[in-house]
Design a binder for this molecule. Structure first.
Ligand code: ADP
Length: 165
């Protein structure tokens, strides 16, 4: 049987419980999952690429164990569709929050279909508790010394506190 490999790309600056929830759902759809961590210099990430990869990796271990799906965390800098081809992924997973994500994602899918129509993009929605979480807002709250414990895994919360000390 051919194994279905999915790719979940993002910046993960930092990883939130919203991302984790999407990954827990994605492993129900694929046999193998690549979590692609975008270098994304344009976004001026708070955490280095190495820190972001380590954060995601740490959180993936229990999910891989519980689901039996192999999860690989890989940084990338090239075009998403090129990266998906290199990784032999046939499905790209994206999370959808409110209407605000829709417009951007809609355009991206259109362009990506033109680049490679054999790779499908699927959208998943996080549990209601996590739908409003955004890395950008988490960073803002942490910077202003607010409580972020309910938005990110515990080790990410510690890492954020250290960054803003
Ligand atoms: P990007 O720079 O690609 O938007 P992010 O790390 O911000 O990277 O997000 C990666 C993916 O996860 C995107 O598809 C985004 O919509 C999704 N995502 C982020 N937070 C949530 C959330 N709280 N609920 C659902 N999807 C989310």
């Amino acid at each position: 049987m051919v194994k279905r490999r999915g790719l979940y790309p993002g910046t993960f600056d930092p990883l939130t419980l919203g991302h984790v929830d999407i990954i827990e759902r994605a492993v129900k759809l694929v046999d193998e999952l690549v979590v692609g961590v975008a270098i994304n210099r344009d976004k001026g990430p708070l955490f280095t690429l190495e820190e972001r990869v380590a954060m995601v990796e740490r959180e993936m271990k229990p999910i891989a164990k519980a689901s039996g799906v192999s999860i690989k965390v890989t940084p990338f800098e090239n075009l998403l569709m090129q990266f998906a081809e290199e990784q032999n992924a046939t499905v790209i997973v994206r999370g959808l929050r409110a209407v605000s994500d829709f417009e951007y994602e809609f355009q991206m899918v259109g362009m990506n279909q033109a680049l490679n129509d054999d790779i499908e993009t699927v959208f998943l929605m996080a549990d209601a508790r996590y739908q409003s979480i955004a890395s950008r807002l988490v960073k803002e709250i942490a910077r202003l010394n607010g409580d972020i414990a309910s938005f990110v895994p515990a080790h990410v919360s510690e890492a954020l506190k250290k960054k803003f000390q």
